[in-house]
Write a protein that binds this ligand. Structure first.
Ligand code: FAD
Ligand code: NAP
Length: 335
């Protein structure tokens, strides 16, 4: 097992932060993972788990051992005429997995096409897009505890899934390596096209098949979101805040044009709209710029973690000052 020291991770994070890990390894088998954990124990190193690096802000120097687990098996565990349960290695590229499902006639993930990252990270923030969250297709999450290598198999109901949340971002953060995810997918098409861009296309082009939903999602995303390969970014930098009914009515009185979506616990306001309304779209904070078309995306032109976080803090302060709303950062600090 090759464990590199002082390993550059610029190519392993989509913000392209010029980070260096004290140690870095890319195990493929559980035997190799065990070897890495033994190495970390002997050297008394902390262990950090990385996927595709598309939802992290990397510190310039990352202490300890960074593990990027690469297993990418896809095994059918069980199937009936109407559904299939598959177990997928954490290292499988998420978008490739979505395409693989569609090619095999397994449905449910099509709205989540073109999200960067790995299968193993999908449950971590319960990835979501265009009205679908991955939790609805997850049966269980398998992994090991980093402290002692013990296995776990956690049914979806115990994963604490919420809006861009799970226990893997909560009490288990930094404590586990997710090794595979089991999904139950439908063989019967049931397309979700409620979000405006998909609804609009359906009106123009007719009701889509699941594969067409994925094509439309890819088309819309390509037109709105900068590719990290060209403009380094971590997708939405902030979560959409949910405000109480009272706060919502106060804001609406001042901004009648404000978009909002009613939730069980209040009203969701698009964070991108708040940032845009403050005139910050396209504005640069040093080498970090608010994207010109998508105010939720911060583009990093060679900045360090400190510079990215400083820019984010300036935006958060402006939103508190302008609207009295605290934005929550989505990508995790990886240090
Ligand atoms: P990383 O960024 O490597 O890691 C994220 C977190 O998960 C870290 O805390 C890491 O320690 C942990 N982690 C990763 N793998 C494992 C594992 N095997 N075991 C345990 N912990 C692990 N997100 C959405 O929800 N919806 C979107 O529509 C969306 N669009 C995006 C568009 C762009 C252009 C970009 C850059 C990002 C977008 N994201 C979106 C965010 C991101 O792609 C997802 O959160 C994705 O799931 C992160 O996967 P990753 O493998 O890159 O994880
Ligand atoms: P958008 O269509 O410009 O809409 C802005 C926000 O309004 C979205 O974040 C979405 O919330 C919310 N919204 C829109 N229609 C809604 C509806 N019918 N019901 C409830 N909420 C609605 O969004 P966008 O930025 O282009 O992104 C499109 C989708 O991709 C969104 O679901 C978004 O979450 C996802 N995305 C996520 C990331 C990330 O890094 N997390 C990056 C890019 C895109 P929700 O976010 O709750 O869906």
């Amino acid at each position: 097992m090759n464990i590199e020291s002082s390993s550059p991770l610029k190519l392993f994070n989509t913000l392209a932060i010029d980070a260096v890990a004290e140690y870095f390894a890319q195990p493929v088998t559980m035997g190799e993972v065990a070897e890495c954990l033994q190495f970390a124990r002997e050297k008394m190193l902390s262990v950090k788990v990385l996927g595709g690096g598309s939802n992290v802000v990397m510190a310039d120097h990352i202490s300890g051992l960074v593990l990027k687990y690469r297993a990418r098996e896809c095994e059918v565990l069980h199937q009936t005429e109407s559904e299939v349960t598959v177990k997928v290695g954490a290292g499988y590229d998420w978008h490739q997995f979505v395409l693989e499902c569609l090619s095999r006639g397994w449905f449910g993930l099509e709205n989540l096409a073109y999200i960067p990252g790995t299968v193993g990270a999908a449950p971590v923030q319960n990835i979501g897009a265009y009205g679908v969250e991955v939790k609805k297709s997850i049966k269980s999450v398998n992994g090991i505890f980093l402290s002692d290598g013990r296995n776990f198999c956690m049914p979806a109901q115990q994963c604490g899934f919420g809006y861009r949340e799970s226990c893997f971002k909560g009490e288990l953060e930094g404590k586990v390596l997710i090794t595979s995810v089991e999904f139950t997918l439908s063989k019967i098409a049931d397309v979700q096209i409620g979000y405006a861009p998909l609804d609009r296309l359906a009106k123009e082009r007719g009701v889509p098949t699941p594969a067409q939903v994925a094509e439309w999602v890819i088309e819309v995303r390509k037109s709105k979101l900068p590719s990290p390969a060209e403009l380094p970014n971590a997708g939405s930098f902030f979560k959409n805040p949910v405000v109480t009914s009272e706060e919502y009515l106060n804001l609406l009185a001042e901004y009648p044009e404000m978009p909002s979506y009613e939730q069980s616990d209040g009203f969701k306001i698009p964070a991108g709209w708040l940032i845009d309304k403050l005139g910050l779209k396209g504005v640069s904070f040093g080498v970090v710029k608010v994207h010109e078309f998508q105010a939720l995306v911060l583009v990093n032109d060679g900045g360090s973690a400190e510079e990215v976080l400083k820019a984010a803090q300036s935006i958060r302060s402006a939103v508190v000052k302008g609207f009295g709303i605290e934005l929550e950062q989505e990508p995790r600090l990886f240090n």
